[in-house]
Design a protein around this ligand. Structure first.
Ligand SMILES: [Fe+2]
Length: 239
């Protein structure tokens, strides 16, 4: 998320909505009907809406009916969609920053294997950006990046490792750790986004997000193995 304030918005919004839902449970049915009407009006107004958008709309309607029965807030589905879009813009920005950082990390790495791992992940990252653009397109939106201070901080730490350990034996192990910090951030975001996409009935988006998630998990494992191999090699050299 761009900032703590930005990240807290959906939470505080959902808390408020939840409180309203409890307080006004007697009128939940009529509010749900209004929300369903509003969802129909919105989806009808977007002539170019894709299957993803349409599916999300249908799911929203059925959720509104379920909400009416359970007394839950009828606009939860719209709020979840808003959250998904915010996270999509955030990770789109993050991937673009990572794309720029990976060549720096490859250049800094001393071992050929690690250089190759970073270069290979740079190519994967370019593909991941393409998949995110497909998700934007499936939702009838143009790709848009929102500044993500979290990834900027993580990448800044990676720069510090490069500077502080330049010429030192542990440099590559430190780079593996810096790379894993990036992967773990991405894994957390993509895992959450996959759940949201599935909840919204956006099957194609969920598949695209899952493809990115699988690559991040594979890279995380690879960097872990690289660090272990580097440490073992140091041990062997010392023996
Ligand atoms: Fe990525």
């Amino acid at each position: 998320m761009a900032s703590t304030a930005g990240a807290s918005t959906p939470t505080s919004k959902s808390k408020t909505t939840s409180a309203n839902g409890k307080a006004a449970s007697a009128s939940a049915t009529s509010r749900a009907a209004t929300a369903a009407k509003s969802t129909r009006a919105k989806s009808g107004g977007k002539a170019a809406m894709t299957d993803e958008g349409a599916t999300a709309s249908v799911t929203a309607k059925s959720t509104s009916r379920a909400s009416a029965q359970s007394g839950a807030a009828p606009d939860m589905q719209e709020s979840v969609k808003e959250l998904f879009v915010a996270m999509l813009k955030d990770i789109y920005y993050a991937e673009k920053q990572i794309l720029k950082a990976l060549p720096r990390m490859a250049k800094a790495a001393r071992s050929d294997e690690l250089k190759q791992a970073f270069e290979q992940h740079r190519e994967e990252t370019a593909g991941q950006i393409g998949r995110l653009e497909q998700v934007f397109a499936a939702m009838g939106m143009k790709p848009k990046a929102e500044q993500c201070e979290a990834i900027e901080g993580i990448l800044e730490e990676g720069k510090e490792v490069m500077e502080d350990f330049k010429g030192k034996p542990a440099l590559d192990v430190g780079l593996c750790g810096a790379g894993r910090a990036v992967e773990h951030y991405e894994i957390a975001r993509y895992s959450a986004m996959k759940s949201l996409a599935q909840h919204l009935g956006m099957k194609d988006a969920a598949k695209l997000i899952d493809a990115n998630l699988a690559e991040e998990m594979k890279t995380d494992k690879l960097l872990d193995q690289s660090a272990q191999a580097l440490l073992l090699a140091k041990d062997a050299a010392r023996a």
